[in-house]
Write a protein that binds this ligand. Structure first.
Ligand SMILES: Cc1ncc(COP(=O)(O)O)c(C=O)c1O
Length: 476
């Protein structure tokens, strides 16, 4: 029984496909009958049906996808909505490709995900970097300040690209930033990969479009219960060219989208629309009860709390464990949790992120608390400072453009010989996930020593070709 199918046309089409008799002489080649050949392979592919010839006729005569996208656009209050089976990675690429022409500038938060950087390379756009402000008490980036945005706007970018919320759940003062950009008719695009649930509950931050932004990209498989790599791109036509976005979206999307991710986006939209407030209330209750249960066992604050940040600038569903408050190793705690059958979203030396969603029950939060408390007690040592200072102190030195660095011939060289060379890699210690060096920038003594020190302190070094930092990929 699906209560949602009556208000979710793609979900209904997916379910109807499997309820009806069929003899497909179309792709996909598994024909939903591959368990005849092998039960294992069949269990992977036999529940798959594509958009073309599955959720709709081969010629898309029923326009099921268009209907579902219109429902999503209406629900989020957007002029335009597209469903992607390629994650926020694809949606980011599609929108960035639609912004301007090679050589033009865009203001970009230094906390941007690598999919934004790859999009800039594809589009030939030049980043004007904006560094986030850091909350002194927690060491966590709290978004882009207005002075930083105004400095970037002085360079006449054609768009502002922000990552909101950040990986640890914090947000910039978005209304102020959006107002400043719009005062110069510059569109604001929010990569809200982790904020798909925003905007549908009074205790959650509003979503990007409610705040006046021009585009919202979100992963439906992250904070929302969608199929892996399902994503939504929503946009307004005032400052953005929707025809160009449509063209870029199609240029970069598969021509054979799988039906399950699409049907799941439609179903998640209908779920939020019909039961969103109730389900988010339960989630908020479960998360805060879980944090209280665990926190009660320790003297120092060990989680990030909404009260740590200005009003409305932290996602209250986020569970971020500040392991350094306990002097413990996040990586070791992760291993202990894995032995208990629990996987976490992210763990490094100082931080563990547990992803909590509408799909979790109170009993599962209890199970997590029961497993976690004894592990934390066993691993607890002396509190230490968070080892993230490097990410905030580096002033990027541009050698060549990111696009030139991408297409350049590169080589791996020994770390001892890397100083003064141009990096071909983006390198970002996690957390905070802020790039210390981007492709085309110079590897300075400060960066090399800083990265080495972070690595030795047990910080995860993301995106480097050689994450051990014994060697670096540089432009020849
Ligand atoms: C901020 C941000 N944007 C985009 C992405 C890419 O999302 P997806 O995995 O849906 O392609 C991620 C993935 O972690 C992310 O953290």
């Amino acid at each position: 029984m699906s209560d949602l199918r009556n208000s979710a046309p793609l979900l209904d089409a997916y379910l109807s496909y499997f309820e009806s008799a069929r003899t497909p002489f179309t792709i996909p080649g598994h024909k939903q009958k591959t368990s005849r050949l092998d039960a294992g392979l069949g269990s992977v592919v036999d529940s798959d049906t594509p958009l073309y010839g599955g959720l709709d006729e081969i010629k898309l005569t029923n326009k099921t996808l268009i209907k579902a996208e219109k429902l999503a656009a209406d629900f989020w209050g957007a002029d335009y909505a597209r469903f992607s089976t390629g994650g926020s990675t694809h949606a980011n690429q599609a929108i960035v490709l639609a912004l301007g022409a090679p050589g033009e500038k865009v203001a970009v938060s230094r906390t941007a995900h690598r999919s934004i950087l790859s999009a800039l390379v594809l589009a030939g756009l030049e980043p004007v970097w904006m560094s986030p402000e850091i909350d002194e008490a927690t060491g966590v980036p709290i978004g882009i300040g207005i002075a930083e945005l105004e400095r970037a706007l002085d360079e006449k970018p054609i768009a502002v690209l922000l990552t909101e919320p950040g990986y640890l759940g914090t947000l910039s003062d978005l209304p102020t930033l959006i107002k400043a950009a719009h005062a110069q008719s510059v569109p604001v695009i929010l990569d809200a990969a982790w904020g798909g649930h925003f905007g549908f509950h009074p205790e959650l931050p509003q979503h990007a479009l409610q705040l006046g932004a021009d585009a919202l990209i979100t992963s439906v498989h992250k904070a929302l219960p969608g199929y892996s790599a399902s994503a939504l791109l929503l946009a307004q036509g005032k400052y953005l060219n929707l025809d160009r976005i449509e063209q870029s979206f199609e240029t970069t999307h598969t021509t054979s989208p799988a039906g399950a991710p699409l049907a799941s986006i439609d179903g998640v939209r209908a779920l939020l629309q019909t039961r969103g407030t109730e389900l988010i209330s339960d989630l908020l209750k479960n998360v805060s009860r879980f944090k209280e249960l665990v926190q009660a066992e320790f003297a120092l604050p060990i989680f990030l709390y909404p009260s740590d940040f200005p009003e409305g600038r932290f996602d209250p569903t986020k569970i971020v464990l500040r392991v350094q408050q306990l002097g413990a190793s996040g990586v070791e705690i992760e291993k202990d949790l894995q032995s208990a059958g629990i996987r976490v979203e992210m763990a490094d030396r100082d931080t563990i992120v547990f992803l909590a969603t509408l799909a979790d029950t109170e009993a599962e939060f209890d199970a997590l608390a029961n497993a976690l408390i004894p592990i934390l007690k066993r691993r607890q040592e002396q509190r230490r400072e968070s080892a993230t200072a490097l990410s905030w102190s580096v002033v990027p030195q541009r050698g060549i453009s990111m696009r030139d660095a991408y297409f350049a011939k590169t080589e791996m060289i020994d770390a001892a010989k890397a100083e003064g060379r141009i990096s071909a890699d983006l390198i970002a210690p996690y957390p905070p996930g802020v790039a210390v060096v981007a492709p085309g920038e110079i590897l300075t003594d400060q960066i090399l020593h800083g990265l080495k020190a972070s690595k030795e302190a047990g910080v995860r070094i993301a995106y480097a070709t050689d994450p051990t930092l014994t060697s670096y990929r540089v432009v020849i």
